[in-house]
Write a protein of this length. Sequence first.
Length: 375
Amino acid sequence: MELRSVQHDTVREHNRLAVLEALLSRKVASRSELSRATHLSVPTVTTIGQEFVALGLVDEGAVGPSGGGRPARLLRLVPAARNVLAVDLSGSRLRAARIDLTGDLFELEPGPRLVPGLEDELTAWLRATVAAGAAADTPYAWLAVAIPGVIGRDGSSVRLAPSLGWHEFDAGALLRRAGGLRVLLENDVNALAIGELHQGVGLGHKDVVYLTITGGVGAGIVLGGQLYRGSHRAAGEVGYSLLPGLPEEGLDLGAPGPLERHLLSIVADVVVDGSLDLAAPERAAAFERLAAGVRLVLHNLACVFDPELVVVAWAADPEGRLAEELARRWSLPLATSIRAGSLGPIAALHGLGQLALERLKAEVASLEQHVGSQI
């Protein structure tokens, strides 16, 4: 009997998720339209619609066109009824956005500067932002944070994020206490990869390698349409790679790795005021060295993972000149496209939204009501 009950509950959650997905794609629909879209009976759709109205996810009352009988009342999704607060901690200042149920992204004002010892300022910003969302009737249900470092196996702690001064730090607990929200932590490069996969240049591709240059050098790996994190959640930490002639200091996750130090030293020679500048001959020569080093990294990754696409994301290079140079130099015998990232500095925010919305929709399907301080 208990097993039968569990199966029944699972079916009900599946049905709710189907109706929710149909509403997300239509925004407004009649029960009969949702019935046809989901292959569920009208009474089942009606019951689920009433559950969503009770949760505040749906408004009911507008009248649809009549076909001669009694006009149908429409169900209208309220996208702002549940939101994700996406926060990217990988730059010089906190970047954030509100992402509603439909995935629409609304950038917020930049937050505090990101330096070691920022915990008090970060938690104060978070409390104020969550309160502002509630006051504006756009409550946050999840907090998703991109960390420029290695996330612990538990998905809540941070093994190492040097730019934030975090080492074996329980960031999840700090953020949950400050915001009263469910918290999702993700490596910043992985978040960018998910963003580009679902809404950027990676859309429609299954096997992709993403390389980013920020304050560090890292890779995100997507295989079969799924993010690959590795057994220690550290897949893609290419900065710790070795090349002949490079010193091997920094292999203990306590400092930038050998390859990262090497490439970033060249980056410093080609970036002026935050932008790639090749006007001077010496900077153009340094760019050639940078392209040669990055090509080796991507060549070896391509040999291992056989991707159909390689994406290079570098905020200092919005025109994609490095990706163009890499494509020109590419010599791997297998067909692989090389393209620049398309979402710019908000790529990680899009990826965070995608990851958190999957969890949020599952909560809605199970009728959990985790909003703000209710958690």
